[in-house]
Design a protein around this ligand. Structure first.
Ligand SMILES: C[S@@+](CC[C@H](N)C(=O)[O-])C[C@H]1O[C@@H](n2cnc3c(N)ncnc32)[C@H](O)[C@@H]1O
Length: 293
């Protein structure tokens, strides 16, 4: 071993990397809670795919921008005789998937591959089903991504795209110190921030799928509307979601709104989300299921 290897960690502090790491573990927690709280939605989506593929069930599955593996694991459960390749650019999230796959005893059926889908794509071999949940809108050029997906699929294979129309709503309208409508203002600020940073969020994917050569077989909006009393992870899901939202829009909120939001996010505070019994989860997601002819 060279001397260099005795000192793999440089002692200067890389604040950008620290922020990324914090962001990633917060993201991992949020994605896991999302899968837990919205498990009914996830199983409805895999039901639709099972129907579509009933004559020729998939064997090889590709989960693009797999996050913590919600899709990968739901699909492995739904389709017995399958193997999945989970692809993400985050090594940490891929480790998380490997851990979850081991915990569920399906590690032999999961391959976790690190790749940046904005760069040249690895050769994934011919796959039967591609799953892209809340990931296409992250790509710099999603239409190029769709063409790559088309090439990866065998003829007759399916692509499932899941995207969300907006950010979920958790709070009653009267929240906002002296000025109700805090959450609506947060969402307006988010829309403004994302209009620049994520222009493809909320896109109509149907025509884009057709242009890439796919036949769109299903376009199905799902309305998620969970009302109290809700099980325990819901409040943590709301907290993790609004924390993520806060980090994106803090600069766009008034100091009053920011203070109210911080009271809501405070795990120990009397006004914290974790103590409320009036939270909801209201969200819109759309599934597009498209076939490579
Ligand atoms: C909002 S998360 C969705 C995760 C998961 N599909 C789900 O629905 O729970 C988006 C994921 O896409 C990944 N991602 C974003 N851009 C990417 C890129 N260019 N290449 C690979 N992965 C990317 C992120 O690391 C993140 O895990």
């Amino acid at each position: 071993m060279t001397d260099h290897h005795h000192h793999p960690h440089h002692h200067h502090h890389n604040h950008a990397a620290d922020a990324d790491e914090w962001g990633e573990s917060a993201m991992a927690e949020l994605l896991d809670l999302d899968a837990e709280v919205l498990h009914t939605f996830l199983s409805e989506v895999t039901d639709v795919l099972a129907q579509l593929t009933r004559d020729e069930p998939p064997h090889r599955i590709l989960d693009l921008g797999s996050g913590t593996g919600a899709g990968t694991l739901a699909l492995l459960q739904r389709f017995e005789d399958t193997e999945a390749t989970a692809v993400d650019r985050s090594p940490r999230l891929l480790d998380h998937i490997r851990g979850k796959a081991r915990a569920r005893g399906v590690e032999d059926r999961v391959r976790a591959v690190q790749a940046d889908l904005d760069a040249a794509w690895p050769d994934f071999g011919a796959v039967d089903l591609v799953w892209a949940s809340a990931s296409l809108h992250h790509l710099t050029d999603p239409d190029r991504g769709l063409r790559e997906i088309f090439e990866s699929l065998r003829p007759g294979g399916f692509l499932a795209v899941i995207e969300m129309a907006g950010f979920p709503r958790f709070l009653p309208d009267d929240v906002g110190r002296g000025r109700p409508g805090l959450e609506a203002r947060c969402h307006a600020a988010r829309a403004e921030a994302h209009a620049e940073s994520l222009p493809d969020l909320g896109s109509d994917w149907g025509p884009r799928l057709s242009r890439a050569g796919f036949t769109v077989e299903v376009e199905r909006p799902f309305t998620i509307d969970l009302r109290p009393p809700l099980p325990e992870p819901t409040a943590r899901y709301a907290q993790a979601s609004l924390r993520m939202l806060r980090s994106r829009i803090a600069g766009k909120l008034s100091s009053d709104d920011l203070a109210t939001l911080d009271h809501l996010l405070d795990s120990d505070g009397p006004d914290g989300l974790l103590r409320r019994d009036d939270l909801t989860v209201r969200a819109e997601r759309t599934l597009w299921a498209a076939r490579r002819p």
